[in-house]
Design a protein around this ligand. Structure first.
Ligand SMILES: Nc1ncnc2c1ncn2[C@@H]1O[C@H](COP(=O)(O)OP(=O)(O)OP(=O)(O)O)[C@@H](O)[C@H]1O
Length: 228
């Protein structure tokens, strides 16, 4: 059966003696919003790094639309995948527009993404001139300008206030992309995700809808309880 979307099969990652991911499997069907949560050091960013090709797993495999998939970071766009970085990660010596075109992305796509993220008026500014929340929007625009099918968001709500997080939630809900969301802001995760994977010390301890995750005792113990 040809499975559409991205699938991870039994991924294990070790850094020396540390098991950062321990037999993680995940199916990300097209159009879904899938959250990945867990305490600090649980392996969330490592999972993103495996999908992006920055980290090679010890064991396990991935498929994209049913075909074996092993990304190289510079080939992600070609596979229809784009990723934002934690923080803002822009080149200070380049304008916002130039930053959004790194990848490369077309100028038309860059403008459309800047418009979509409400920062087109800052296209000719340098990132450092903008407040943090606007820079986070530029980072999102950079990913969207790649016109991805799969959008990977790494802590997009970090450092944002309530209004900005509400805007971000609307963007995630409205996008046609499949979304993978690593985030500590539980209200955002619970309100936008169709499905949530919970990691703890690299192990998948739960996978389910927001309602199922909320009422999962193991999760409460490992994470939500600690966060409350
Ligand atoms: N390149 C690396 N070399 C060695 N250890 C690493 C490396 N990258 C991550 N780790 C370790 O792997 C574990 C998982 O880290 P990871 O950054 O994936 O966690 P995380 O869930 O994203 O955490 P956070 O919420 O703090 O961002 C941690 O113990 C971390 O110290």
């Amino acid at each position: 059966m040809s499975e559409q979307g991205l699938s991870l099969h039994h991924i294990t990652v070790k850094f020396g003696g540390l098991i950062a991911l321990d037999d993680v499997s995940l199916r990300v069907a097209p159009g879904r919003v899938v959250g990945i949560i867990g305490p600090n050091g649980a392996g969330k960013t490592t999972l993103f790094n495996v999908i992006s090709g920055f980290v090679t797993p010890e064991t396990g495999s991935m498929t994209l639309d049913g075909k074996p998939f092993r990304a190289r970071p510079h080939q992600l766009t070609r596979h229809g995948i784009a990723r934002t970085l934690q923080g803002v990660g822009q080149f200070d010596g380049m304008t916002v527009l130039d930053n959004v075109q790194v990848g490369p992305r077309s100028e038309a796509a860059a403008w459309a993404a800047l418009e979509r993220c409400g920062v087109a008026e800052h296209a000719r500014s340098f990132p450092k001139m903008l407040p943090y929340a606007k820079r986070k929007r530029v980072e999102l625009a950079r990913a969207l300008a790649a016109q991805p099918r799969i959008l990977m968001l790494d802590e997009p709500a970090g450092g944002l206030d309530t209004d900005e997080i509400r805007w971000l939630a609307d963007l995630i809900r409205d996008t046609d992309c499949t979304v993978l969301l690593v985030e500590h802001h539980m209200e955002l995760v619970m309100s936008v995700c169709d499905e949530i994977l919970v990691l703890d010390f690299g192990k998948p301890i739960a996978l389910g809808t927001p309602g199922e995750i909320r009422s999962n005792e193991k999760v409460a113990e490992a994470y939500l309880g600690a966060a409350a």
